[in-house]
Write a protein that binds this ligand. Sequence first.
Ligand code: MRU
Length: 357
Amino acid sequence: MGFKTLEWKKGKLYLLDQTKLPLQEIYIACSTYQEVARAIRDMVVRGAPAIGVAAAFGMLLGARQSKSRTPAVLKKHMNHVARALISTRPTAVNLVWAAERMRAKFIKNLIRGKQVLLQELENQAVKILEEDLKANQEMGRQGQILIPDGVSVLTHCNAGALATSGYGTALGVIRAAREAGKRVHVYVDETRPLLQGARLTAWELMKDRIPCTLITDNMAGWLMAQGRIHLAITGADRIAANGDVANKIGTYSVALLCRAHRIPFYVAAPLSTIDLSTERGEKIPIEQRASTEVTILQGKRLAPDAAKVYNPAFDVTPHRFISAIITERGIVQRPYRSNLKKIFFGATTDDDQKLIG
Ligand code: MRU
C-alpha cells in the first residue's frame, strides 16, 4: 500500500494528514486525547472505521494523561475523555463502539493499578486496530464474489485504506476482486464538498495501480444510462437495525440511480458499523458541517459572501435500495432486520436467498 493511515509508535498516534492529500504526504503525531479529538473533527483522519481506531488510542492517551490518584476520579476523567472523542463526529457509530470497548476494558482493570491498567488499554487499542485490518481483508474475501470479471464499478467518497486501518471496506472488496484475477475498473465520484473521491480514492487506487476514472458527482447517471457502470459499492458510517445506511452525502442519489438503471448497489462495512440500537435511518444523527466547506474551495470563494448554505455530511439510503451488505462475517441479504441480527450475533445468513438488484 505504501502508506499507513494510523500508526501507534512509542506512545504516540501518527496520522496521515488527509486534509493535505494528494499534494503532500505528511504525518502528524498525537500525544494527547485533545489532539486526537481535534484531528478527528478537522478530518485529518476520517472514515468511520479509522476514526473509531483513532478514538481507541485517544482513550488510551486520555488515561495516560491523567494524574488522578483514586479510581473514582480517574473514572470521571475517562467519562469526560470518551465524551470529548464521541462528540467530534456524531454520525459514524464506530466512534461510540471503540470508546465503549475501551471503557469496558478500563472498568475491568480499574483496580489493578495504573501500570497494569495502561498496559491493558494499550493492548486493547492495538487489538482494535489489528482487528479492523483483518475485518477488511475478510470483507474483501467474502464480497469479491459479487464482482464479476470485466466490470466497471462506481464508488462514492473514500471507503479505502485511508478510511480504515488498511485495505478498506468498499475498496477492499475491489482490491480482493483484483487479487482474485478479475479485471475491474473503478469510476470515482469526486464527492463534493470535501472531494474525498478526487483527493483520496483516486490517489489510493492509482498508488495500487487499480484502473480508475474520476467523474464529477453529477455524471454517474449518464454513465449508467450508457451501460458503462455495472454496479456500485460504498462504505457506511452507520447501519440501522432495519438495514438503512448512513453514508457520505450523495450516496442516496447513487442508490436511486442504481435502482433506476437496474444495477446492484452494495454496501461494505464491518460489524462495528452496525448499530442495532438504532431502529431505522431516520433516527441516525446527521452531522452538519461548516458552510465554508461549500462556499470556499482551496482558499477560493465560489459563492456570494452571504449565500445561505445547507451542508449535511451524510445522507441515509433506505434499505430497500440496497442489494446486499458485505460484512467480515458474510454477505447480508434481505430481510435485513432479521439477517443483520443473525450475522451480528454470530450466525450466517440463509444460504438460499438470492441477491436483489
Ligand atoms: O466525512 P468522511 O470522509 O469521514 O466520510 C466517510 C464516508 O462516508 C465513508 O464512506 C464511510 O465512513 C465508510 S469508510 C470505510
